[in-house]
Design a protein around this ligand. Structure first.
Ligand SMILES: [Zn+2]
Length: 97
């Protein structure tokens, strides 16, 4: 089973204090990468610039995707509890019929 980096490529992920960013496809100074304890070399695999853009894009996409769920949330939860209350009242009131 293949998982993660092929063993050959990990060697040149970092060299001379530089690290390969697979997004912009170039070596960048190690300080251009965020710390990442989960990573083998302790740095993120994407440089700060790319990571920043990626995060922003991801957030924008998330927002666009969930915009309709996100926006009316407050109003809807209040309305839902009111609605449930009135439903209970109604079902109790009409239950005897
Ligand atoms: Zn990059």
């Amino acid at each position: 089973m293949k998982r993660g980096h092929p063993s050959g490529s990990i060697r040149h992920l970092t060299q001379n204090g530089q690290k390969w960013c697979f997004v912009c496809q170039q070596y960048k100074d190690i300080v251009e990468f965020y710390h990442n304890r989960a990573s083998k070399d302790g740095r993120a695999s994407v440089c700060k610039a790319c990571k920043g853009g990626y995060e922003k894009e991801r957030q924008a996409l998330y927002y666009l995707k969930h915009r309709e769920e996100l926006l009316p949330k407050h109003r809807e939860s209040a309305a839902a509890s009111r609605h449930r209350y009135s439903l209970e009242k109604v079902s109790k009131g009409e239950g005897g019929k």
